[in-house]
Design a protein around this ligand. Structure first.
Ligand code: BGC
Length: 735
């Protein structure tokens, strides 16, 4: 009797502990068969789904906003970490809460949400893309995913991949440029990195949220073939490679239908054609209906109690279910998809809990990302690298380089350790604050050249800055252009009279180097007058050190542009961006103009020369590319090319392979490889070509079709610096 009572008591204590812990592992596997990690995520989700009540199902298909900026009548969701989103746990079954943080450049739910907290900021997305190195993307993803996990988050709203159709887009700094293959491979690897930390990553914003102006009213108009070969191809490739647990549908409409209730995008393309097994979550405020959205493929409404007109995935959805407008099987499918992604990422077995973070190691990842992705755009008379041993004096000018480096604004904004180095700049409210991360280039440049007299001028006083440049051996001018979510730039110009500043400094000292901190291409009317230009976008954590390494040659720049740099707005498919900077925006944006020919393909098809082409970037050494050869391997075309470092410094180059399909004016990037070579070293690179870039999407046949005929294959160092093409005859086929 006594023994039994003790056993019962022990059981009761264990059970209590289990409930308290609320983890799946806490109960014996027999009682929770879904906790058997040997089963597939789908099988586990199915077992668990069978245990859920209807109310529990409804609990999983919506999240709550967990930010501090909320109306008083909307209480903070109990148990949430202050962040972007929260789905409460179901302790009875050991289902953990979903704790969702922004975004793709680091854990953005720091400081702004939780004062005093900080995280490691990666450089802007185009920097990672400019590395043309999937391993760099993976490492960055793993770093931010690890930080998210160690801060208690198991969902990171990362994976931004909207193609750069619009250089003025305020969110280009969150994305990966203009090319489906490059963006798809880089973002796919970043997602794989995030999820390696047992954190579900999103991919976003699905789809065609390619400008911020009127993002929550505008309809992106485009034909089916064009969208499958451009924006959707980028998603398709990244989803294949990264297998994100969630897709975030976007604010805008696509061909008249809201993206978050778009049957074509979610049901037909994503789930049917691509066989996507994860769930679609809405963007915050992106839901406009219950039955229509659910039947079109939306699985989870995000923070509807704050951002949508009403919480559609509660009473309205229950009503639609009662009237038969929505089927129970669809509700079950929504839940199955959510649970499946949780199992697939390992969020049950590896609960996200606060844990110490190796900040030095993470900062090194950020620094190395910039070192791999900064693009040297100009270097006259080998002004760079600086010979720091011989440098007697250096003028450092502008962009608060004495304090830090600029970051882009909006939900992706990360607060680094030390906070905002330049507080108080307008706008201080959304989509601000304007933030400078405290990694001052000035300090790093002083450390780089300890013997030199390194002086700083703010740049507001142009005459003073020019005078400093005149009495210095070399001048480095930092220029900045802030960009942010929800607003586009009306034009490409630099603000705050910086063009006049650069021109005056360059007049005073032709040995002027410009370092750009910007979200997308900017006009550079002074380009011919300066000695060198280094593009760093928003350069992120430990940027000052990375910049010093790059300028001094300790690191050889190897970034290549993931985007075309227009000469001016007249070269763009849409010269005007109505509504940006004021005025009434139109109801739609016409992407049929360029269709699938985004970026360099547009320039090539129109015979236009951009200022800098896609794929372009200089190095401190010289590379030679041997002749291109082609072979078929397992039914796939493979390019082989030998790359040699014929200069005197170690460095990395990118072999870029472009295909011109019969009848096309433009070439398409179909494969690439980056290689690091010591002086005198050479390596043979074998580059598989992506079959969908050799094919067209045939709308009538509903699939990829290789038309057949003579294809020209080029290899080179940018989309415009190409070797002799090799002709290859391909038979017609379907993929
Ligand atoms: C943005 C998303 C972000 C979400 C949550 C939205 O405004 O478009 O990218 O993940 O907010 O903060």
């Amino acid at each position: 009797m006594k023994g039994k009572a003790v056993a019962a008591l022990r059981r009761a204590i264990v059970m209590g502990l289990c409930t308290w812990l609320g983890t799946a592992a806490a109960q014996a596997p027999a009682a929770r068969p879904w906790s058997d990690a040997a089963l597939s995520p789908d099988a586990r989700a199915k077992l668990l789904l069978a245990q859920l009540t209807q109310d529990e199902k409804f609990q999983l298909i919506r999240s709550y906003y967990a930010g501090p900026d909320r109306p008083p009548n909307k209480p903070f969701p109990q148990g949430a970490i202050e962040s972007a989103g929260y789905v409460p746990a179901i302790a009875r079954l050991g289902i953990p809460a979903l704790e969702e943080s922004d975004a793709g450049l680091g854990v953005a739910s720091s400081d702004r949400m939780r004062p005093g907290d900080h995280a490691t900021p990666l450089p802007a997305g185009p920097v990672t893309a400019a590395s043309w190195d999937p391993q760099v993307a993976y490492r960055g993803g793993a770093m931010i995913g690890g930080e998210a996990h160690h801060k208690g988050f198991n969902v990171l709203l990362a994976g931004g991949i909207n193609l750069m159709r619009e250089p003025r887009n305020g969110r280009n700094f969150e994305y990966a440029g203009e090319d489906p293959l490059l963006a798809g491979s880089i973002v796919g690897e970043a997602i794989r990195g995030v999820q390696s930390a047992h954190v579900i990553s999103t991919i976003k914003h699905f789809a065609l949220n390619d400008q911020e102006t009127a993002r929550d009213t505008i309809s992106a108009q485009i034909g089916e073939q064009a969208v499958r070969e451009s924006d959707l191809l980028a998603f398709e490739l990244a989803i294949e490679r990264g297998q994100p647990g969630a897709v975030m549908c976007s604010y805008n409409k696509v061909n008249g239908d809201w993206a978050c209730e778009n049957d074509y995008l979610m049901n037909q393309v994503l789930k049917r054609d691509w066989g996507y097994p994860g769930f679609v979550m809405s963007d915050w405020g992106g839901v406009h209906s219950a039955a229509k959205a659910v039947n079109a493929g939306l699985d989870q409404e995000s923070a509807g109690e704050i951002f949508d007109k009403e919480v559609y995935f509660d009473a309205p959805l229950r009503e639609a279910l009662a009237t038969g407008e929505v089927k129970q099987s669809r509700i079950d499918d929504m839940v199955q998809r959510i649970l499946r992604s949780m199992f697939a990422a390992g969020v049950f077995e590896h609960p996200a809990r606060p844990a110490p973070i190796d900040e030095a190691a993470n900062l090194a990842v950020a620094r190395e990302t910039l070192e791999a992705g900064a693009v040297l755009l100009r270097n006259e008379h080998e002004l760079l690298p600086l010979d720091v041993d011989k440098l007697a004096s250096l003028a450092v000018i502008g962009a608060h380089a004495d304090k830090g480096v600029l970051a882009g604004g909006g939900s992706s904004l990360v607060t680094a350790k030390g906070g905002n180095a330049v507080p108080g700049l307008a706008p201080t409210g959304w989509p601000g604050p304007v933030m400078y991360h405290p990694y001052a280039p000035l300090k790093a440049l002083r450390a780089m050249a300890p013997k030199a007299d390194v002086q700083f001028a703010e740049g507001n006083d142009i005459a003073a800055a020019a005078a400093l440049a005149a009495r210095s051996q070399v001048a480095v001018v930092f220029v900045q252009k802030w960009a942010a979510e929800s607003v586009d730039a009306p034009d490409l110009s630099l603000p705050d009279n910086q063009d006049a500043l650069v021109a005056a400094v360059a007049r005073a000292n032709p040995r002027t180097i410009v370092v750009l901190e910007n979200g997308g291409p900017v006009a550079m009317p002074w380009l011919d007058q300066v000695g060198a230009v280094l593009e760093t976008w928003y350069p992120g954590g430990d940027a000052g050190t990375a910049m010093a390494h790059l300028l001094s040659g300790q690191v050889n720049p190897s970034g290549r542009l993931p985007l075309s740099w227009p000469r001016d707005l007249s070269q763009l498919p849409r010269k005007a961006l109505p509504g940006a900077g004021g005025g009434t925006p139109p109801a739609s944006v016409d992407y049929t103009i360029e269709g699938a020919d985004v970026g360099y393909r547009w320039y090539q098809s129109r015979g236009l020369q951009p200022l800098f082409p896609f794929g372009y970037g200089l190095s401190y050494t010289r590379f030679q590319h041997g002749p291109l050869t082609l072979a078929t391997h397992g039914g796939r075309l493979q390019a082989t090319v030998e790359v040699s470092n014929t200069g005197s410094r170690a460095g990395a180059d990118v072999a870029q392979v472009y295909v011109q399909v019969p009848g096309a004016k433009a070439r398409r990037l179909a494969g690439y490889a980056k290689v690091f070579l010591k002086p005198g070293e050479h390596r043979v690179l074998t580059i598989p070509l992506e079959r969908r870039l050799l094919a067209d999407f045939d709308v009538a046949r509903h699939g990829w079709v290789v038309r057949g005929g003579q294809y020209s294959v080029f290899e080179g160092r940018s989309s415009e610096q190409l070797g002799t093409p090799v002709q290859v005859q391909l038979p017609a086929s379907t993929l």
